[in-house]
Design a protein around this ligand. Sequence first.
Ligand SMILES: [Fe+2]
Length: 187
Amino acid sequence: MPPEEIILWGHFHSILIYGGPDGELGASLRYLSQRYSMPYPELKGLLTDIGTEELGHLEMIGAIVHQLTRDLSDDQIRTAGFDAYFVDHTAGVYPTAASGFPWSAASMQVKGDLIADLTEDLAAEQKARVTYDNILRLSDDPDVNDAIKFLRAREIVHFQRFGEGLRLAKDRMNEKNIYYLNPSFDR
Ligand SMILES: [Fe+2]
């Protein structure tokens, strides 16, 4: 991979998944925060399990960003669009979106309602998968692509598991005929 492409990678693609609105940091904090108000132990466990795994993915993406950007020359930084990031963060790994916007809790939600939260989680997994798809369209680095394909596959599994969780939630609510209430809060 030519140096310019390495820089583009670090700047426009990997960082997006590290701290972007559909990235691993948002995913882990979303699930590990939503878990508390889940009314059923299976759903608490599901969110804890996937949220913890997403923290591991955050570490993987951080390592990729670091490896792609740590040895840049001044000229490479200047000519490949890494200059603004470099001024603020040198070659440190800071959680931002590809646009440069710092990661924000405003990019996620904890609604305290299991149907609302699990539906958001399904969308989050699908958006993460699309983001990884887009990275694979732009990257031809085999080492990076192997890691991205692994992470993409995990997002598909998470989407399926959240789908199962949503079905479990609806079945439990139907059993007690409380579908019109929020069982996380209404007693
Ligand atoms: Fe995921």
